[in-house]
Design a protein around this ligand. Structure first.
Ligand code: ZN
Ligand code: ZN
Length: 393
């Protein structure tokens, strides 16, 4: 075992303080201005070189004493969500309507903790560590913004390591799953064009609201009748807007939703069927549908050999018996998958649930989400140990 965990325990106050700062000051995707300023300030204090990228992103670069040519990137997402926080805690969100309800405050704090641990060991490091503080994960944009700027962000990194909080795992447990971890995420908007008329005259109009309602119902038939029950698929419609008045046939309607798949094959098929369903139903009732897609994330797949590397690091930090290898697939996406297209990388899930601590087992994206802060030092130690292990080996 190495000393990263005990070293991290010595800076616990620093990491917890940062997590509470970020929690109290959450910012939405692509608007992480104060967050990135705070990150820069901390990196300055640690004497770590950094640069701004993609407006609200920050890349820290720590070069060891010896240049081995080996480079590892550590990634933390930094954005929050449009949720009104219900928790009554001293570090409650001061930005009403915006909340860190996915743990990105913890990720950011842990990565700064790792930066502090590694900066203290700079003389023993051979190679380069790149700290990727990534904006806009929640809207599926930040990962792509970073990989499009590969030389600025990943640089020559051959490995990328990421951590996400997991309320379903107890503190002290780390989920490392080989293969599929997260679903692909596609966002769709369906614009329906009808024709307004007096509600008493349905045949004179084209009812966009009726068409939209039929589409919402029919889409679920794709899941239950047209894909295998053995492979999970989700089609969710979360938004529907139509009409202008109770006695007017709606001339326009708009649906917004998302599809989730765990194979590229199903992804193509399901998205094609969504389009076909929308078009044919609209046509049937005399209207027109236009489906606009946005690709938020691909399926997140952890390569088996890189998982083994991570497990070795976790065992070195925590001792044996702390890894859960069979955590269930999550149909939420994560744009960490973008980095895995550029270099070998592994995404692990840090247990932050504790039955004795209020709210720490609440699911992601809920208004009373919280974490067990005892997990923060574990996360900081894992980030640091992973980087050292790779660049020094
Ligand atoms: Zn999230
Ligand atoms: Zn998240």
């Amino acid at each position: 075992m190495n000393t990263y965990l005990s070293d991290a325990e010595k800076i616990k106050e620093y990491v917890v303080g940062l997590r509470r700062y970020f929690h109290a000051n959450p910012e939405l995707s692509l608007k992480e201005f104060l967050t990135s300023e705070k990150i820069e300030k901390e990196l300055d204090e640690l004497g770590i070189e950094h640069k701004r990228t993609a407006e609200t992103g920050v890349i820290g670069i720590l070069r060891g004493k010896e240049a081995s040519g080996r480079v590892t990137a550590l990634r933390a997402d930094i954005d929050a969500l449009p949720i009104y926080e219900k928790n009554d805690v001293p570090y409650r969100s001061q930005n009403d309507g915006v909340m860190h309800a996915c743990g990105h405050d913890a990720h950011t704090a842990m990565l700064l903790g790792a930066a502090k641990l590694l900066a203290a060991k700079r003389d023993e490091l051979k190679g380069e560590v790149r700290f990727l503080f990534q904006p806009a994960e929640e809207i599926g944009k930040g990962g792509k913004l970073y990989t499009e700027r590969r030389s600025e962000t990943l640089g020559d990194a051959a490995r990328v390591f990421g951590i996400h909080c997991a309320p379903d795992l107890g503190t002290g447990i780390v989920g490392v799953k080989k293969g599929i971890n997260n679903a692909s995420v596609d966002h769709f908007t369906i614009n329906i064009e009808g024709k307004s008329a007096h509600v008493c005259n349905p045949s004179k109009g084209v009812d966009a609201l009726y068409i939209a309602a039929q589409i919402v119902v029919a889409l679920q038939g794709i899941v239950s009748r047209m894909t295998s029950p053995l492979e999970p698929v989700v089609i969710g419609v979360g938004k529907l807007e139509a009409g202008t008045g109770y006695n007017i046939i709606a001339g326009n309607a708009q649906l917004e939703g998302t599809t989730r798949n765990i194979s590229e094959e199903n992804r193509k098929k399901v998205n094609g069927l969504v389009e076909e369903t929308a078009n044919s139903i609209a046509r049937l009732y005399g209207g027109k549908a236009e489906v606009v897609w946005e690709d938020f994330a691909s399926v997140l797949i952890n390569p088996a050999d890189i998982c083994d590397e991570a497990v070795e690091v976790i065992n070195d930090v925590l001792g044996k018996g702390h890894v859960k290898t069979d955590r269930e697939i999550y149909l939420s996406g994560d744009d960490f998958c973008e980095y895995q297209k550029e270099c070998q990388g592994v995404y692990v899930y840090l247990g932050t649930g504790n039955a004795d601590k209020e709210n720490t087992r609440n699911p992601y994206h809920t208004n009373n989400f919280d974490i067990d802060e005892d997990a923060l030092t574990i996360g900081a130690a894992l980030y640091a140990a992973y980087a050292e292990k790779y660049i020094n080996s």
